[in-house]
Structures are given as structure tokens and as C-alpha cells.
Ligand binder design. Sequence first.
Ligand SMILES: [Zn+2]
Ligand SMILES: [Zn+2]
Length: 343
Amino acid sequence: MKALVFHGAKDIRYEDVETPSPKNGEVLVKVEAVSICGSDLAGYKGGNTMRVAPLIMGHEFAGVVAGLGEGVTTAKLGDKVGVYTNLFCGYCPACKAGLTNVCENRRIIGTTMPGGAYDGAMAEYLVAPVGKLLPLSGKRSFSEYALAEPLSTGLRAVRLAGDVKGKTVAVIGCGPIGLLTIMVLKHAGAKIIAAMDVVDKRLTMAMQCGATHTINSKDDVPAFTRQLTDGAGMDIVFDCVGAQATINLGADIVRLGGKVIWVGLAQPKIEFEFKHAAVKELTFQSVYLYITEMEEGLDLIESGDIDVKQIITSEYPMSEGPRIFAELASGNSDEIKVILKNE
Ligand SMILES: [Zn+2]
Ligand SMILES: [Zn+2]
């Protein structure tokens, strides 16, 4: 089969590899659509320890069952499926506590984790355990279904924030996760959704996705949020970037006793105005992946309650992957979500 194989920093090749064969309890999935994630792009640039070459990336995808391993009875050829990508162990302390998203031994399809590497969906086919399949009606496009995975992170972020109905919230960073979080916040009934980004085009998209107000982060954001909230500050801030500037901004614009939700992970080590934040009696909540939110995400996509296709800016054949990755990595791209498809 053909696959996009990651060979090292700035080196992805569209080449022939052996088609994987499903073992006991596994199915072969023909990939219909796979989305490029920011984490894949970071891997391509050589800056993500969870993408170690050689690897076939791709964890945001949907496809069709094209082969059955031994003992598979709950799936049949031709089934349209999403795949729950976290292959957690089920026995470590995190799994036992119900936090399978942070399983110590997890493997994640299309990534290299401490539990091992697992080839992903930037290929014609991949194998997946049958128990990880999520059935799709076919009512929506495979490209939309592929976005259930990043949508799940938005859903988990909003869930961990508690009740957002009637609240004033800010979303810092309007990349895919920020925009999907905005959609979830709108659906959940937040009163004010203030979106922030340094790129004006992304702010325009944020308004389409449900933001009520936007401001370029280069402007005076604290003055803007004070004005929006009669001087109080935002009830909840979602940081969908996770860099020094945004982590500090979040603690600055949130109200006394408010909540800051850390969704993005851009910068591993930062300098933080600790005292300024501590005296406001804030709650900080981090978010990592999702647990049951992927099923919920697919339901919201199926029902049309959340229209993820708004953020799909391009679809290309898989064979163009090497060029697309290079373009996205150049930093001169306006793309939000790019989908790759097999011809
Ligand atoms: Zn992702
Ligand atoms: Zn585990």
C-alpha cells in the first residue's frame, strides 16, 4: 500500500510499505479521510517526542472496515467507522482510577508513546482493535467524522470547566482546538465567548464558529475583557495555546476566584507570575485527550448540533502530503484544518 512515512525532521515521503494484516481481534481499516493535527506538524518539524521516525502519523481519521482478523464478530466488511485512538492498558493506576486518557502504558494510533509506537492513518490502510471502533451512519462526510477526535478535546475541556451556561468565557488561541472549543461553548450556552488570536483571519473564523467578541492578542486584551465584564474579568478562560504569554494572560484576565483551563501545550517550560495569580484564588485545570468524549463528539457531528466542517479549509490527495507538510511548516499558510484522502 501507499503511505506517508515520517523519516525524520522535515522528511515525510509518500512511498510503498507493506499493507498491515489484522491479527486476532483486529480489523483492517481503509482510510477515507485523515486530518493533519498540530501535533503531527510539530513532529514533522522535529519538535515532538511523541513522533519518532520511522512512523506513519495520523490519529484524526475515519474509514471503512476492509479486513477482519480472527475472532472478530462485532464488525463486518464495509462498516463505516471512527476509531478511538487511545489504546490504554486497563490495569495501571490511572486506568484503574478511570483516567484512561493518562494511562501510563498507553499507545496512541499514529504516535510514539512510552507504551510503544503505532502506525496511523496517513496511509491507505491501518489496523485497529475491533473494540476501538465507533460506528458511523454515513450521513456526514468522512472528513467531518475525522474531526471527532480533536472535537473530543474541546468537549473534555468544557466538561472539566463545569457549567458554562450563562458564563463569560475567553478562548485564547483560535487554531483548530480553540475553534472547536468555541463551538462546544456556544452549544453549551456560554453567554459571552471572547476569542483571542494574533491572526485576524482566525478571529473571523472564530465569529463563524460562535464567538460573540474577538480581539487580536496584540491589542490590550485585559482592558477589553474588563470592559466586557463590567470590570470583573472572565469567569472562565480556556488557553488553547499553552505558551508563556498566554498562560500569564489567562491568569490576568480571569476574574477573582475564576477558572483557567489549560488545553494547549505549546511551550513545556515557562516563567509564570505566580503571586499575581495566587492572590486571586484561582482554579487551574489541565486537559489531556479525552475519555468518553469521542462518542459524544461523533453524536454531535451526526446530529448536526456541531458543524465541524466550518474549520476544514482544504482537502488534498494523500500523495500530496509531503508538499502540504512542507507548506504548513513554512508558517506562511492560512490553513486551519487540512484533510488528506486516498485516491
Ligand atoms: Zn490531534
Ligand atoms: Zn493504563
